[in-house]
Design a protein around this ligand. Sequence first.
Ligand SMILES: [Zn+2]
Length: 361
Amino acid sequence: MIKFLDNRLFRYLSVFLFLNSSILPVKSSSALAAWAINTNGVLELRTKSNTNLKAYFQKANQISGDRFWVDFPGELKNPRTIKGNGQIKEIRLGKPVKGKTRLVIEFKEETYLNPLTWQLVGLDQNRWRIKLFNPKNSFKKIGEGLVNKTRGKIKANKDLIQKKKNNYGFLKLPEVKRNKFEVVIDPGHGGPDPGAIGIGGIRETDVVLEVSKIVKKFLSEKGVKVRLTRTNEVDLDLPPRVSIANNTDADIFVSIHANASRGKRRDINGLETFYYRGWRGRLLAKRIQKQILRVSPGSPDRGVKQGRFYVIKNTRMPAVLVEIGFLTGRLDARRLEKITHRKRLAYAIAKGILEYLDKVG
Ligand SMILES: [Zn+2]
């Protein structure tokens, strides 16, 4: 409901004008929830829903300057005075009588006001606005609480946040048939074999183990059974990694690694995914490569390639080996250090896997 109180409220009298009134039980708390005088001279109010307000204006006299005030039903707890700036001398929140709240805005003497033009406008069930003056120089906003807090707004904000999350692509992993698929994830190296050592001593074994564990988490949430070839820093030869996969009914095998360039060149960065044979392996590699590139902007696409690595050559199911970046590269290493980037990569790998499973089944 939107209520417009479009009456010219104010008589240019020494006394007042007012609009509707409503009576709340004397004991109820103040209907004034928040207020603000913005830099453009507009007073905004937020009240309890369906509150009726009385507004008044009084010309300056010997005691005080021009004053505008609004009375609200319900009693104010803490009467207070707030210092103004610009044309506003001060704002007082008071309790004129028991069970009421009064917001008084007192202007400085030299302020020229034209209350005949003032309109108190109801914007919503609980929001009000009135233009009081044109700030001469810069007027600094004064207020208490959040005047914009309305249900509609909160929902709009939530929708916006949701949208942002969707843009990040973090919410929507593809759905696949639950409890149908089994995937083996192989974090490269481990134990005495740390794999590549990158800038600042960052170790491949640590990075790929963490990424692998997060991939497992994402896939498990989608009802995919996941087996990791290692879950801690153990020395695991290549043949046992392969037999873990071959001894189960795994649908696919994904080995996760990070690169190092010869001579530790910092200008070499990029991502690549290998498969050994078959259109399924190639398709899986393509899906994963596409997704990891999306979360690694600026890092070169080194492509989907055939490779004769032991673990993908000897596994019986479609198998790929992913290189998630160069630990020796300036760009990649800085990212791979961060848990947020590791999560993004894990998400991307999981997404590629789920897309593949959904398609090939
Ligand atoms: Zn490696």
